[in-house]
Write a protein that binds this ligand. Structure first.
Ligand code: ZN
Length: 156
């Protein structure tokens, strides 16, 4: 197998959490693979640095780098809508299987509860998800799915 795409991330010196340079949100690390998968058009000669994911809803920056010279990526640079930054439907929550906030709210409206988290959990346990490639945070969506259902139920 070719290793030409192997990434040697220089993450050893980069902190686990960095403040977003635009709105100061404490942002967690995201793998370069996630950035490369979700940014529509990668700049040529992009620095091999540690990137961070800003999930603040009032900030347009999605990815910024430890290396301040490296390009930042904004909402419109990504191939998906970043759910955490959207206020109008459809708000994606699960990127692997395409569940939106509407799906969860719709179930709660018709059945009084949401089964989305359980359905996703089965897929995750069977190793059929691809969060690192599809979710802008690079992480599993299950926590967000459960939170969306819980918040909606608490509103009732
Ligand atoms: Zn930000």
């Amino acid at each position: 197998m070719s290793d030409c795409c192997n990434v040697n991330e220089k993450s050893a010196t980069a902190p686990a959490v960095m403040a977003c340079p635009v709105n100061g949100r404490r942002s967690k690390r995201v793998a370069m693979l996630t950035v490369k998968s979700l940014v529509r058009k990668l700049p040529l000669g992009m620095a091999n640095t540690q990137y961070y994911f800003c999930d603040a809803s009032d900030c347009d920056v999605v990815y910024f780098a430890f290396d301040a010279e490296a390009p930042r990526f904004r909402r419109e640079d990504l191939v998906v809508r970043v759910g955490a930054k959207e206020t109008a439907d459809p708000i994606p929550i699960c990127y692997c299987f395409g569940f939106t906030r509407q799906d969860i709210w719709g179930e709660i409206r018709s059945m009084g509860k949401s089964t989305v988290a359980e359905r996703i959990k089965e897929e995750v346990e069977a190793d059929r998800c691809a969060c690192e490639l599809k979710n802008p945070s690079g992480k599993c969506c299950l926590g967000d799915v459960k939170r969306a259902a819980r918040d909606r139920l608490n509103q009732k």
